[in-house]
Write a protein that binds this ligand. Structure first.
Ligand code: T6T
Length: 325
């Protein structure tokens, strides 16, 4: 018997040595469902996810809806569940409306990891809430991001005057937290700044542009705007330009599509806060793979920011964080 065990051990050793170090008998399929497909943020996330999938010999399926909206995201999720992938990475488009649809995946035995956005409170695996079943949450620290935006805007307007937040829709974890962080920072540290009512643009840059002009029409002394995601920021900047207020009404942008470079160089946008979506995608796939191969994984992974302005945007170490299109 001992001989047989030794032979088996030897075979295993030889088998391992002869194959690439991470080779798996089974090729895992990991699905990535973005908030929407036509957004440089998620396109860049996919690139990072694909890099990890290639490194680990995993098949990555990227499937999403053309709009950031739970009504169109849930059918995509259902279709993915029907394909029974080994794991699902998803940016849920609503903190509550995706709970039950994702529970179906969990109950079907498909591990769920949320990337960028979360469901419930975003605190998972505590045994407490009924939305704590995802294994991990991999994302930017969006409250901190909102605080950084507030400091940048306060600085740009000299610490006083009226500003507002251009936001997507209530109920999205990321943009809710950015607004929360922005308002906390303003109320704690900038008593001479008045934050006007938030304008919700439904992730439509055209809405954001007309809302900017409507707020300016009601407040001729408007000093600045915080665009809380890519479309909010681009639209707000367009609105400022259309109102002939470029450089006068200051714009702080969350997210960093390539088109932000011209806006920074022209002075239309003061600061852009780039997230690191490729990292989110990369570590999403790595975490799913680790779980599938029997490793324990962190319940949350925080990725960083790169702050872009006129002084640093030409630096390749900064510009490499611009999003892919
Ligand atoms: O800001 C990102 C993402 O973090 C957010 O959840 C939704 O909007 C973006 O995709 C940018 O459009």
């Amino acid at each position: 018997i001992l001989k047989a065990v030794a032979a088996a051990a030897l075979a295993t050793t030889i088998g391992l040595a002869a194959s690439p170090s991470f080779a798996q008998d089974k090729k895992f399929t990991i699905a990535l469902i973005p908030g929407l497909t036509t957004d440089g943020f998620y396109i860049t996330m996919r690139k990072g996810a694909q890099a990890a999938a290639d490194a680990l010999g995993v098949e990555l399926v990227f499937q999403g809806a053309p709009e950031f909206n739970p009504v169109v995201q849930v059918p995509v999720l259902d279709a993915i569940i029907a394909r029974a992938p080994d794991a699902i990475l998803i940016a849920p488009t609503d903190t509550t409306q995706l709970v039950e649809p994702l529970r179906k995946a969990n109950e079907a035995g498909i591990p769920v990891i949320t990337v960028d956005t979360f469901i419930g409170s975003g605190v998972y695996q505590t045994g407490a809430g009924d939305a704590d079943f995802p294994l991990s949450y991999i994302a930017s620290d969006n409250i901190l991001g909102g605080r950084i935006a507030a400091r940048a805007l306060a600085n740009a307007i000299g610490g006083e005057g009226k500003v507002f937040v251009s936001n997507v829709n209530p109920g999205i974890s990321t943009t809710d937290q950015r607004e929360e962080g922005f308002k906390l920072e303003m109320s704690e540290n900038f008593p001479n700044i008045e934050v006007l009512e938030t304008q919700f643009n439904k992730n439509d840059a055209n809405n954001a542009a007309s809302q900017l002009q409507a707020v300016f029409a009601r407040n001729a002394d408007l000093k600045g705007v915080f665009g809380a995601n890519l479309f909010s920021a681009l639209g707000s900047a367009n609105g400022v330009q259309q109102a002939g207020q470029s450089g006068t009404i200051k714009v702080v942008a969350f997210d960093a599509p390539v088109s932000i470079v011209d806006n920074i160089n022209s002075g239309l946008v003061d600061v852009a806060i780039a997230q690191h979506p490729a990292e989110i995608g990369y570590y999403g796939v790595v975490s799913a793979f680790a779980h599938l191969t029997g490793q324990s994984i962190p319940v949350s992974i925080g990725t960083g920011f790169t702050i872009m302005d006129k002084a640093n945007i030409a630096d390749p170490e900064i510009a490499k964080y611009l999003y892919n299109e």
